[in-house]
Design a protein around this ligand. Structure first.
Ligand SMILES: Nc1ncnc2c1ncn2[C@@H]1O[C@H](COP(=O)(O)OP(=O)(O)OP(=O)(O)O)[C@@H](O)[C@H]1O
Length: 758
């Protein structure tokens, strides 16, 4: 519980309360008035972050005074900055008239409710109670009065008898404090505002009523109530009323909207009326109506629609900078849980209120024949999972979210064989993150120009949506529930790269997690490819990567540049791979404030190959050509696969009882895709995969290959169903599709939680 109370009133050093007082005294004595007074901005907060120690330490101290005493010296030495720097301090009385202050907070007499209080850069502390600033929604304050109300959503233990079995949850609380004078109240409120808390500045009651109170100060004595409060965000909320089996409206209006209102948000709420509504709305919306972003309420499906709506706009330069907030209210919300570490609507709302942005990679699935593109942020999948997704549509009305289990079970019982032809472009080395070879001049490139081509294609209407699924977890869990006859599939199955590929492509060998497999070949490896590529003419772009940031050990990638400037292939390599730089996207965020490009090293190719660029770029003096590299070798595979999954992040799932993570090595901003090839066929093999997936052991299976790749091309085999799931949206593979990465082309509102609530 974040708001804590100790029964110990003595302020000795071994009591938790004493400990806190001691800590605060020390922070106070250490306080640099200059820092606190003149630089209380988030920058100050961040630069001081390393000094802030965990709330857990305080929790421990309060729970176990003896332990706290034992560790006193340690705390004295190491944790004296536990609560950051002090912003202001003084006496505060917790007003027991406050309707939501809990009984334990409110004593009977005013003296027992009067505390020494401090506001620090991390928390509000009164007596032995601590409320973290990150849990504060806003502060309401009537100018000229001596009270103010702190609206917060701290983590609280459940009050029921089963509380020890139930996880704590965030609950909204209002804490009304009375300070010693109106001036003091103003000082406190200003302190909150300095810490980026939104202040609902309400007029002096005398301004609207005849009310007189001892609290009021005479008008002539009133100071200028100029609270430096941040301006309230203006957002568009898109709510899928069907999400989470129709719970989403209740979740939004009951839990989230009140928080947004307290935080001063100005919002327009649109409820979708049909599938595709969010996409069409976002593709035409005037961004000036929602300058602070679009908040999606629902599952991963509605987020996917919004993303696609943004990326198919004519003004994609602007569109990609529009931040997306997510309130999880769907069947599953893998994206926000994996990236920001929140899975309940209140935590997500708090994350949005706190603000900040998290850039994430996006992937694009392109239908090569038609040029249609569909974007995603989580995972695209082919094979068993997409089949279940399709089948589940039939049971939507009857089974709701359980339809995935039903469909999965049925599909498991009559499991077909899936075969795919696929090619993938492994990242050049473990630290490369799939860096494209680039030449100088990058720093002036407007990154948004670099994927015009893709976005142009994406404007073509995507293939009709057949169904939706918010998570593949439900499907992935199905097999465990399934029993039945188990068919052992062909002993010939093996997903490991052939010895030839392994021998010739040491990188793919390294990247397949160093697993030595006894599993036999399931697929053919396509031998010498005479052609350079079947890739359509992507706009070749010299794109600056963020290697240094995401992949610190990426020197090897830079070294690989020495091989740039030639299209000649190593003869040996040509036997198992084809050379194609593949599609290239800009690798820098479009919206970053920082002059990122300036920090990048100059990558000067010795003999760069200049591919023809668009005229406007030439006129601008920009050279954005990609230089093919020997390292960029497509590995070609063909054979039976139960599933092919291309993940953009680790894909944690909200629903699973286990801590299921589909792609444990994937990061949402690592500039590469994680490819899982589940080789072979048959129920036994599938069941093993699904069971081990629950324990995060699936990648150790001999028929599972795990690779970090830049790009994947895939075509369903002759008798294989052509379903393709992208973030729960079902599409169909017609011919070949290519899955490629757009580094950091989306930004989520909020920052990853330090301590995700499980
Ligand atoms: N009003 C609507 N009626 C029907 N479908 C809708 C509506 N609004 C959005 N959709 C579609 O519903 C799909 C699922 O939405 P979302 O992921 O937000 O919810 P969910 O509860 O996780 O979904 P599901 O349980 O169906 O997987 C999306 O693909 C979206 O296109």
């Amino acid at each position: 519980m974040e708001i804590q109370k100790s029964d110990h009133h003595e302020q000795n050093l071994t009591s938790p309360r004493g400990l806190i007082h001691k800590v605060l005294r020390r922070t106070s004595s250490r306080r640099s008035p200059t820092a606190a007074d003149h630089n209380p901005s988030p920058v100050f907060l961040e630069t001081s972050n390393s000094k802030f120690l965990k709330q857990k330490d305080i929790d421990d101290a309060i729970k176990d005074p003896e332990k706290a005493g034992t560790h006193d010296n340690r705390i004295e030495d190491e944790k004296s900055d536990l609560l950051g720097y002090e912003i202001c301090s003084g006496k505060l009385t917790l007003d027991n008239k406050s309707k939501s202050a809990s009984g334990e907070q409110s004593g009977s007499g005013s003296s027992s409710n009067c505390f020494d209080a401090r506001l620090t850069t991390e928390a509000l502390v009164w007596g032995s109670n601590i409320l973290k600033l990150e849990d504060i929604v806003s502060v309401s304050y009537h100018s000229g009065l001596r009270h103010f109300t702190v609206h917060a959503c701290p983590l609280e233990k459940r009050s029921s008898g089963l509380s020890c079995f139930m996880k704590p949850r965030k609950i909204q609380k209002d804490l009304r404090f009375l300070s010693t004078s109106p001036h003091e109240a103003f000082r406190w409120v200003n302190g909150f505002a300095d810490q980026q808390c939104y202040v609902n500045l309400l007029p002096h009651p005398m301004a609207s009523s005849k009310k007189h109170s001892s609290e009021l100060i005479p008008f002539d004595n009133m100071f200028d109530p100029c609270v430096k409060c941040r301006s309230p965000p203006k957002i568009l909320v898109i709510l899928n009323p069907r999400s989470g089996h129709g719970r989403s409206s209740k979740v939004f209006h009951g839990k989230v909207e009140p928080i947004f209102k307290l935080a001063g948000f100005k919002m327009e709420v649109v409820k979708t009326t049909h599938a595709g509504h969010a996409k069409s709305l976002v593709s035409t919306i005037d961004f000036s109506t929602c300058p602070d972003g679009i908040v999606c309420v629902g599952g991963d499906g509605i987020v996917n629609e919004v993303l696609n709506g943004l990326l198919c706009r004519d003004d994609q330069n602007v569109a990609v900078s529009v931040p997306i907030g997510i309130i999880p209210a769907g069947s599953d919300n893998s994206l926000v849980w994996t990236v920001l570490g929140v899975k309940d609507p209140i935590s997500a709302a708090m994350s949005i209120v706190r603000g900040g942005f998290t850039p994430i990679d996006v992937f694009a699935v392109e239908w090569i024949q038609s040029g249609t593109i569909h974007f995603g942020t989580t995972v695209s999948y082919f094979g068993f999972v997409s089949d279940v997704l399709e089948l589940s549509e039939r049971y939507q009305k009857r089974f709701g979210p359980l339809r995935y289990f039903v469909a999965g079970f049925l599909k498991f019982l009559c499991l077909p064989k899936y075969s795919f032809e696929l090619e993938y472009l492994p990242i050049s080395d473990g630290g490369g993150g799939g860096e494209h070879k680039i030449v100088e001049g990058q720093d002036k490139v407007d990154a948004s120009d670099l994927y015009d081509d893709v976005v142009r294609r994406s404007r073509v209407e995507c293939l009709p949506r057949a169904s939706s699924l918010s998570s593949i977890d439900s499907i992935m869990s199905t097999g465990i529930m399934s029993g039945g006859d188990l068919e052992v599939s062909s002993p010939h199955a093996n997903n490991e790269p052939s010895e030839l590929v392994r021998a010739l492509d040491p990188k793919s060998k390294r990247l397949s997690l160093g697993r030595t497999s006894t599993f036999k070949e399931p697929e053919e490896v396509i031998h010498p490819q005479a052609h350079v590529s079947s890739t359509p003419n992507w706009r070749r772009s010299k794109s600056k990567s963020r290697t240094e940031k995401a992949w610190p050990g990426s020197g090897a990638t830079n070294d690989a540049n020495s091989s740039r400037g030639t299209t000649t292939h190593d003869k040996e390599d040509a036997s198992s791979t084809i050379s194609d730089p593949g599609p290239v996207w800009d690798s820098g965020p479009k919206w970053d404030d920082e002059p990122k490009w300036d920090n990048q090293p100059n990558w000067e190719p010795e003999t760069p190959i200049d591919l023809p660029g668009p005229l406007d770029d030439i006129e601008l003096g920009l050279t954005k050509e990609l230089v093919p590299s020997l390292d960029e070798r497509w590995t070609v595979r063909k054979g039976r696969y139960l599933g092919v999954l291309v993940c953009n992040h680790s894909c944690k799932t909200v629903q699973s009882l286990s801590s299921q993570v589909i792609a444990p090595k994937a990061e949402y901003d690592d500039n590469c895709l994680d490819l899982l090839l589940v080789g072979g066929s048959g129920r036994l093999r599938l069941l093993k995969f699904l069971v081990l997936l629950q324990f995060g052991k699936h990648i150790s299976l001999p028929n599972v290959e795990y690779l970090k790749v830049k790009s994947v091309r895939l075509k369903a085999g002759p008798n294989t169903h052509d379903g393709c799931g992208i973030d729960g949206e079902l599409l169909h593979v017609k011919g070949q599709v290519r899955c490629s990465l757009l580094p950091q082309q989306c930004r989520l509102i909020g920052r990853p939680a330090k301590n995700p609530v499980q």
